[in-house]
Design a protein around this ligand. Structure first.
Ligand SMILES: [Ca+2]
Ligand SMILES: [Ca+2]
Length: 170
């Protein structure tokens, strides 16, 4: 019985101190100036404006496929070696402009100050997929822009991203 009382006493003490510490002290009235803090970027659209029609060996991307020598394109993005996005595959893409990817969009990048590696692949069933081109960029460098136009260092590939920036009031 004594023990029980002691426990009850402890709980009482605890709840009193808890109450005290949770007394309002932070609500010091609304602040006049709200600060907008960037928390992420949404990738809304992906369009390939240009890519190399031939591989490094000068051949079509699928030279062994008699009637489908054009590439089967998809986009992949990664950060620090982790894949953060993969698009659908567009099979046997003829021509090299205005290829839009729509699956799994929009998607959000929270680590917007980290580098993103965007790669364009040709899907090949049996062998390893061909890397058609890649571009690395830091989303934060394009803050407040609605479109990010990226060109690979060898100029062979151009990709346009439609983006929106996510802010919260602080
Ligand atoms: Ca191929
Ligand atoms: Ca292929």
């Amino acid at each position: 019985m004594k023990r029980l009382l002691f426990c009850a006493f402890l709980i009482l003490i605890f709840s009193i101190t808890a109450c005290k510490s949770s007394k309002p002290g932070g609500a010091s009235g609304a602040r006049v100036f709200k600060r907008q803090v960037l928390v992420g970027v949404n990738i809304q659209s992906i369009e390939v404006l240009k890519f190399p029609l031939y591989g490094r060996d000068g051949e079509k991307w699928d030279p062994m496929a008699p009637f489908a020598t054009e590439p089967d394109l998809y986009i992949q993005m990664s950060q620090l070696g982790n894949m953060i996005f993969k698009s659908e595959v567009k099979e046997d893409v003829k021509g090299s402009t205005g290829i839009e990817f729509v699956s799994n969009l929009p998607f959000e990048i929270r680590a917007y100050t980290n580098e993103v590696v965007l790669e364009l692949f040709d899907e090949d069933g049996i062998s390893t997929d061909d890397n058609v081109g890649y571009i690395s960029f830091r989303p934060y460098d394009y803050e407040k822009k609605n479109t990010i136009e990226l060109t690979s260092s060898d100029q062979s590939m151009i990709v346009r991203l439609g983006v929106s920036w996510i802010y919260v009031d602080k």
